[in-house]
Each structure stands twice: as structure tokens, then as C-alpha cells.
Design a protein. Structure first.
Length: 335
């Protein structure tokens, strides 16, 4: 049962009294319900003051439910006491973000704000959590695991305009066969596959490649557990893709201007809409989860291979001359 705390309730525990607030008894599975009409489900902000009364159990702060297969909300995770936002759509997790920080102070009030804007081109800008006026920036997946079911996809936080760069994308799960992984020359805010624009170059899950909305035969298909390697050569304007350490189409990222087995000769960064290239992945028709490794993997590798500067921990060796996309390398290779 929910009790109004304050002058309206003379039976209130004064140690927890706050005017115009509610106190929920966990043993009663208490909640406040409101039937609402459909509004803007892509952009919204939630704000509340909360105070925990018990630890080690899931505590919902907000929950939005259409059916058991379509529900989202913000809650304290029962097993970790971390703060979590989750969006569950048609039986699959559409978005999930979990703080590394735990919240175990039952004497403290927490002002929690969750701002969601799924129209943002950069995936890490789409869900923001603030506690007591400070933005949470450290998350359990290292900000690198992304679930995607919209065509425009996700973008790396860093974009590059020069140099040679290597990254790995581990394919975690999928509900279909429509994942694409690659690079794009602008912040893709349109709801379209990043392989459609002239400056988008992707490796499709079925083994084909795509640019300028044209699919072409290329290499092997990839599936759950596979790691896609990307070698982006902005010196010679080439891009190469690998599956589990094997460069597709007999590619040789060290072949320079010859571009042996390159998936594409790409547009110069200066001629792209943004002047840079972003790493990206998307899904045209289904839901997938991909974990990115730009040198600091959020998963356990069976090996740990650094780049030529000694940075990074990759499953497969970066080609000679290619670097991990990290701040320590950006200045050294002109990116």
C-alpha cells in the first residue's frame, strides 16, 4: 500500500516525512498506476526524488508497460544495487544501460533524472542518467555494448580524418540476419541503413558488402560469437573487413595504395559531409547486439594483442601500422 506522507497522514513515520511525497511498503508490492495515451516515445525526460528503504531487491522507479513483451523503465537492480534503464520491445532488449556506481545508502535522498532522445546520431548520447545533478558516465558495459533495431545505427564517440585505424566488433546476439558493420562519413540522424549513403561502407551479416545502397558479393557471413575486424586506411583511402582474423576477399591492409582485397576505395574524409569517418553498426529489419573493442574490450579475449604503439587489447593482431582508436593514439597518427 502507498501512503501519502505529511500533514494529510497523521500516522506517518516522521523520520521519513516529506511533504507531498509517497512511501511504498515493499511487502505489499505497492505502486501508483496511471493509464496514459501514447505520446512521444523517442524523446522524454523523467525526474524524481527517491529514498531507498531496503537493499538487494529490484525497486522500480518508473515503469511503462503496454504488454509483457513491451515494457521499459528505470529501476535499482536487485542483485547489484546499480541503477538501470531498460527498454524491452517485442520480446527483446532494445536498449539497456547500467551504472557502475552502486546505490546503497538508505539514509540518502537521490534526485534521479533520466533523459532519453533516440533521435541522437551518437548512441552514447541517447540515454543519459543524472543523480543529484551529476551525470553518470561510467557504465557496466564500458559504453561499448550496443543493442540496435533502427536502421540509422550507432556511431563511435571518436571520428577520424587521417591515419590508419583498427577496431573489432563482436557479434553478441540477433533476432534476424540484417546486421551491418562498417564506417560512415557523417553523423547519421536519418532513419536509414549506413550502407545507403555514398560515404557509408559496411560489411553485411550475409557476407555481402554495401555502399551507395548497392549490395555486392564479398566474403563470409557472420553470426553470434564472430568478431568482425575493421582496418580503416585513411592514408590510401581503403577499408578492409575481417571475420575472426581472416581478411575477407584475401584482403591485405598493409598493401598500401595497391589496396589488395580492399572492400572499397573510400571518399577522402575532407569530402564527406562531416569531414571525418565514424565506426558504425546498424540493423535494417531486426534487433542485434554488438560489442565494440577499440582497444579496451568489455569482454574477455582469449588473447590480448596490442597495436604497434603498445596500446589496446585485441583478439586478433592489428595489421602493421594500424592503431587502436584511443586518445593516446589520436595525435600520433594524425587522426
Amino acid at each position: 500500500m502507498a501512503f501519502l506522507i505529511g500533514g494529510a497522514n497523521s500516522a506517518a513515520d516522521t523520520a521519513f516525512s516529506v511533504d507531498n511525497s509517497c512511501r511504498f511498503n515493499d511487502g505489499d508490492s505497492a505502486s501508483m498506476l496511471k493509464a496514459a495515451s501514447t505520446g512521444d516515445r523517442r524523446q522524454f525526460t523523467l525526474s524524481a526524488w527517491v529514498k531507498r528503504g531496503v537493499l538487494g531487491t529490484e525497486q522500480q522507479i518508473w515503469s511503462f508497460r503496454e504488454t509483457s513483451s513491451n515494457v521499459s523503465g528505470v529501476f535499482f537492480d536487485g542483485s547489484t544495487d546499480r541503477l538501470k534503464y531498460s527498454d524491452y520491445h517485442t520480446g527483446s532488449t532494445n536498449a539497456s544501460i547500467v551504472t557502475n556506481r552502486v546505490f546503497r545508502d538508505c539514509s540518502a535522498w537521490y534526485h534521479i533524472v533520466c533523459a532519453v532522445d533516440t533521435d541522437q546520431g551518437t548512441d552514447t548520447n541517447r540515454i543519459n542518467i543524472y543523480v543529484n545533478g551529476t551525470q553518470e558516465t561510467s557504465f557496466a558495459e564500458g559504453n561499448l555494448e550496443v543493442q540496435q533495431d533502427i536502421s540509422r545505427g550507432t556511431l563511435s564517440t571518436f571520428a577520424v580524418a587521417a591515419g590508419k585505424w583498427y577496431a573489432e566488433a563482436k557479434f553478441i546476439s540477433t533476432s534476424g540476419s540484417d546486421c551491418v558493420i562498417g564506417v560512415i562519413g557523417f553523423s547519421n540522424t536519418a532513419n536509414e541503413d549506413p550502407g545507403i549513403p555514398a560515404t557509408g561502407y559496411v560489411y553485411n551479416q550475409d557476407g555481402t558488402k554495401k555502399n551507395s545502397d548497392t549490395d555486392a558479393s564479398f566474403g563470409d557471413s557472420y553470426t553470434t560469437g564472430d568478431i568482425v575486424g575493421i582496418a580503416l586506411d585513411l592514408t590510401n583511402l581503403k577499408i578492409y573487413f575481417a571475420k575472426n582474423g581472416t581478411w575477407q576477399d584475401s584482403g591485405d591492409p598493409t598493401s598500401g595504395g595497391t589496396g589488395t582485397g580492399a572492400a572499397y576505395t573510400i571518399t577522402a574524409p575532407a569530402s564527406t559531409p562531416s569531414g571525418f569517418y565514424f565506426f558504425t553498426h546498424a540493423d535494417e529489419l531486426s534487433t542485434n547486439k554488438v560489442t565494440w573493442n577499440f582497444g579496451n574490450p568489455p569482454y574477455a579475449n582469449s588473447s590480448s594483442v596490442a597495436d604497434g604503439n603498445g596500446y589496446g587489447a585485441f583478439e586478433y593482431a592489428p595489421p602493421s601500422g594500424y592503431l587502436a582508436l584511443c586518445t593516446k593514439n589520436l595525435g600520433s597518427d594524425g587522426g
